[in-house]
Design a protein around this ligand. Sequence first.
Ligand code: GDG
Length: 481
Amino acid sequence: MTEPAAHTAELVVVANRLPVDRVVDGDGEPGWRRSPGGLVTALEPMMRRTDGAWVGWPGQADIEVDPFEFEGTYLVPVALSAEDVELYYEGMSNDTFWPLYHDVIAEPRYRRVWWDSYVKVNRRFAESAAAVAAEGATVWVQDYQLQLVPQMLREARPDLTIGYFHHIPFPAYGLYSQLPWRRQVLEGLLGADVIGFQRVADAGNFARAVRRQFRYETKASGITVPNPDGTTRRALAKAFPISIDASSYVELAQRDDVKARAKEIRESLGNPKKILLGVDRLDYTKGIRHRMKAFGELLEDGRITVEDVTLVQVASPSRERVAAYMQLRDEIELTVGRINGDHDTMGHTAIRYLHQAYPREEMVALFMAADVMLVTALRDGMNLVAKEYVAARIDNRGVLVLSEFAGAADELSSAVRINPHDIDGMKDAIMRAIEMPPAEQGRRMRALRRKVLENDVARWSQSFLDALDGARERNRFPALN
Ligand code: GDG
C-alpha cells in the first residue's frame, strides 16, 4: 500500500468521479467547479459537517492532479489513462456490469482485458482511500464501478469501517451467474460492513447470490462472513432507497422567474392542452423507445392529436463512445423523425426532442409545465427524475406515470403504475393520466409529495451512516454480532 498521506480524514467517500469538474476560465487558467450530480448534493452537507475526504477520478484522462481542498472537502484525484477509461470505465463498467445488472436489456460483453483493468483500477482507488483514511475512519464506497474496493480496503486496513452503496439494480442469480468473475465480485462487496441497495428485492438478490456461491448463512439482513483467522463477522445487506434534496426543488419551483419560464415553455409549444414530459440520460434502460411507440400509436389511433398533446423528451447525452448508446441514439432519432414526419403540422409538433443537458432551473420549469411525467424505465435502480417531478409540483397538480421496474415504484405507490413492456397497457395509462380530473391529481400528488419531502436525501445519508456506526460498535464488541 502507498505511504500515508499528509492529510487524513475521519470520513472518506470513494466514487468513480470527484464531485468537481475541471474548467478553464477566460484567461486559460484551469480551475474546478462543483459538478451538478445528485450524489454530490446528497453527500455535501455530511462532508461539510465532518472532516471529510473524497477520492475519485477528475473526469479527464491522463491528467495528474495533487490532492486539494475544495469548499471544505479534501479531494484526492485518482488518475486514469485513456486506456483505463476505455477498459475499466467504458468497457467493464458500462458495457459489462451496466447491462448485466439491468437484466440484460442490452447484451453484456465479457472481456478478460476489461476485467484485468477493472481489478487494477479498483486497486488504485483502494490504495488512495487507504492512504487518506485516519485510524479507525469510516469509508463509504459508491457504486458498481468500484465493487472490489471494499475487500481490498479491508485487507489493507482492518481498522476501518467500510460501507458500500449500489446505485443500480442487483439482478437475480440466474442472470448474475453469467458473470465469469461472479465470485470475485461478491467477495469484493462482502468486504464492506454495510452493503446498501435501492430496493429490498436487490438486497434479496445479493443475499441469494452469496448463499449460492459461498453457502454463507444469511439471516434477516445479516450475512455471516468468515474472517481469515477462522472467526466470523456480520455484514449487513439491506435497502436504503436514495432520494433527492427535495427542499431545493421546492425553492426553485417557488421562484418567480422559474414560474414565468414554465409559462413561456407552454406558449412556445403552441399552448397544447396537455404536455407530456420525459427526462432521461439517453440510455437503453430508460424505456424511451417504448414510450415513443406508445405515444406514436396514440396519435396513429386518433386518440390524441398534435394540437392537443405534445411530448417533450429531454434525452441528455450519455456514454457516447459506447456502441450500444450510439445505436440507441440512432434508433430514437429515427423514431422521432418518423412520428413527427407523420403527424406534425406547421404550428404543432408531436415530439419536441432535445438531445441536450439543461441547467436545473430549466428542468424545474419543464416539470412545472408538464401535465404528465412519463418514467417508463425497463429497469432502474431508483430514478430520481420521478422524485424531482413530484418535489417540483408545489401546486399539487400533474400526474406521474411510473414504471414498476424503477426502484421509485416501491415508495411512490400513488403514481399511475405501468409495465413498459405492455404497450397497450401503457397507452391506456397515458390516456388515463391525460384525462385525470384535477381532484384525483391533487389526491395522488399530495400523497406522493408527502413521501418525497419526508424521505429526502439527508435522511438517506444519515440512515446509512447510522448503520455504519452500528457496524463500528459491532466490530469493537464482537459479542454484539
Ligand atoms: C443512477 C441510477 C439512481 C438528467 N438530464 C439532465 C439532468 N438530469 C439529472 C436528473 C437526475 C439525474 O440526472 C439522473 O438520475 P436518475 O436517477 O434519473 O438516473 P441515472 O443517471 O441512471 O442514475 C438511478 C441514481 O443513480 C441515484 O442512485 O436513481 O436508478 O441509474 O437528477 O434530473 N439534470 C440537469 N440537466 C439535464 O439535462 N440539470
